[in-house]
Ligand binder design. Sequence first.
Ligand code: HEC
Ligand code: HEC
Ligand code: HEC
Ligand code: HEC
Ligand code: HEC
Ligand code: HEC
Length: 415
Amino acid sequence: MSRIIIISFRKNSIRIVIAFLSCMILLCGASYFVKSTQTLSLQTKGEYVILASNDLGMHCIQSDYSAFMIFPPGNNLIVQIFAKGKEDAQLITSGITLEYEVNNNTSSADKVNFWKYAEDYGFNIEPDEGITGNKLKGTLTLSKDKKYFEATAIPVVPYNDNQKQVNPYQTVKITVRESSTGKILAIQDNVVLPVSDEMMCSNCHGTEDTDKNILKSHDKKEGTKLYADLTQNNRHSCSECHSDNISNVPDKSNVPSLSLAMHGFHSQTMGMSKLENQCYNCHPGTVTKCLRGVMAANNITCNNSNCHGNIEQVSQSIENGRKPWLDEPDCGACHGPAYAVNPGILYHNSYLINGPDEMNGQIKCTSCHNSPHSEWPSTLTLDNVIPLQLYGKPDFIRQCSACHEGTGKLHGAGR
Ligand code: HEC
Ligand code: HEC
Ligand code: HEC
Ligand code: HEC
Ligand code: HEC
Ligand code: HEC
C-alpha cells in the first residue's frame, strides 16, 4: 500500500517541481494528500530526528514599553520531525503531539513591562501570554502548508528566572509524543530561541528619558503630538501610522513604511556613532552579537552588498521597490543558483527543491542549515546543539546519515 502511495507521489513530485514557481498551493495540497494517507507506523523503528529553528535568528524586544511600541515580544519556533529509515526517511506530520517549554524562564510579565501596557496597544491578553495566545510552555501546531510544526509569538524575554543579567540565548525543550498513547517518542533539549532588548537608541537619543526624547523629536519634526498624548496616558505604536509588514500593517499612501522611515532618516545620522557595525546601534548588538553564523565566521557582515548592504542601501532598496521584511537576501547571491532560496520566498519559508525528488518541497532550508544569522556551523556553540548530537561536531546537516543511509551531493541531485 505504502509503495503505491510513494510511486504516485513520485509522479506528482515531478509535476510539482515544474509547477513550483507558479503555484505553491499545488505543492502544499498535493503533498498534504500524500502525507495524510501515511501512518506513523510506516517503516519507523522508533528513531526520530528533531530539526528545530526559528524564523529570524534573533528577535528584538524593547526593554521598556511605557512610551511607545515598535513591536511586541514574540518568537517563532519552527520544528520538523523525521522518522529515520534505511533508504529513505519520513517526514512526520500526523499522529504526534509536540510540546515546547522555555528552560528556566517561566514568566515574562514580571521582567518586561509590555503586559502592563498591552491593552493600550490594542492587545487583549493576559500576563505572560503572547499576541497569538501562546505562552512560555505549550503545544506546537501544524503549519498552514502542513509540513512543519510551529509555535508563533512565544513571549520569551532575555531574562531567566532568578537571574538579573541579560541572556539573549534562551533555550527550549521540545518533546514529541505519540498522540494516541501519550508515549514520549523523542526529546530535543536546549534549542536556542534567541531574543534581545539591546536596542541602543540611547547611543544618540540620550541615556535618560531616551524614549520620551524620541517622541519629542518626532513631534518637533513631523508636527505630531506623540509626547503630549503620552502625558495623557495615550500610547502609540509606530505602525499605527507607518506600514509594517512584520505586524501585517499594509502600505499607507502618505507615510513611509517604518523600515524606510527609520533607515532613511537615520542614514544621515550615522556619523554620530562610533560603532564599527552601524547596524548594532539599533539591532542587537555589540553584546548580543546576533550575526554569528558561518558567514560571520567568514568575516561577512550585515552590510555586505550581497546581504543587506549599508543603511543607505537598506532604505534605497525600499525606494526601488523592495518590500521590507518580505524581500531579504538570497543565499544564491553568493553560493550560486543551485543554492538559492525558492524564488520570491524568504529563506526561512523555503524548501529544498533541487535535491532527490522525494525530498523536494518537504524539507525546510532551515532544518538543515539553521536560522538566518546563525547558519550552521555557528560561532555560538549553543546554536550547534543538534549537529553536535548528530555528528559529534559543529556542522550543518551535511551527512545523509542524520535521516537515512546515503552519500553524495544533495543540491542539484534532482537535475
Ligand atoms: C547614530 C545615532 C542615532 C541612533 C542610534 C538612533 N537615532 Fe533616532 N535620531 C538621531 C538624530 C540625530 C535624530 C534627529 C534629532 C532631532 O533633530 O531632534 C533622530 C531622530 C529620530 C526620530 C524622529 C525622526 C523624524 O524625522 O521624525 C525618531 C522617531 C527616532 N530618531 C527613533 C529612533 C529609535 C527608535 C532608535 C533606536 C531603535 C534611534 N532613533 C536610534 C540619531 C540616532
Ligand atoms: C500619529 C502617526 C504617527 C506615529 C504614531 C508615528 N509616526 Fe513617524 N511619522 C509620521 C508622519 C506623518 C511622518 C512624516 C512622513 C513624511 O514626511 O513623509 C513621520 C516620519 C517619521 C520619521 C522620519 C522619516 C523621514 O524620512 O524623515 C521617522 C524616523 C519616524 N516617523 C519614526 C517613527 C517611529 C519610530 C514611531 C514610533 C515610535 C513613529 N514614527 C510613530 C507619523 C507617525
Ligand atoms: C537607527 C536605528 C536602526 C539602524 C542604525 C539600523 N536599523 Fe534596521 N531596523 C530598525 C528598526 C526600528 C526596524 C524595525 C522596523 C519595522 O518594524 O518595520 C529595523 C528593521 C530592519 C530590517 C527588516 C525590515 C526590512 O527593511 O527588510 C532589516 C533587513 C534591517 N533593519 C537591516 C538593517 C541593517 C543591515 C542595518 C545596518 C546597515 C540596520 N538595519 C541599521 C532600526 C535600525
Ligand atoms: C555575502 C555572500 C554570502 C551569502 C549571502 C551567503 N553565504 Fe554562505 N558562505 C559565504 C562564504 C564566503 C563562505 C565561506 C566559504 C565557503 O565555505 O564557501 C560561506 C559558507 C557557507 C557554508 C559552509 C559551507 C561548507 O561547506 O562548509 C554554508 C552551509 C553556507 N555558507 C550557507 C549559507 C546559507 C544557508 C545562506 C543563506 C541564508 C548563505 N550561506 C548566504 C558567503 C555567503
Ligand atoms: C532531514 C532528513 C534527511 C536527510 C538529512 C537526507 N534525507 Fe533523503 N530523504 C528524506 C526523506 C524524508 C525521504 C523520503 C521522502 C518521501 O518519500 O516522502 C528521503 C528520500 C531520499 C531518496 C529517495 C529514496 C527512495 O526510496 O527512492 C533519496 C535518493 C535520498 N533521500 C537521498 C539523500 C541523500 C543523498 C542525502 C544526503 C546527501 C539525504 N537524502 C539526506 C530525508 C532526508
Ligand atoms: C536535507 C538537508 C538540506 C536541506 C533541506 C537544504 N540543504 Fe543546503 N546543503 C545540504 C548539503 C548536504 C550541502 C553540501 C553540498 C551539497 O550536497 O550540495 C548543502 C550546502 C548548501 C550551501 C553551501 C554551498 C557551498 O557553496 O558550500 C548553501 C548556501 C545551501 N546549502 C543553501 C540551501 C538552501 C537555500 C536550502 C533551501 C532552499 C537548502 N540549502 C536546503 C543540505 C541541505
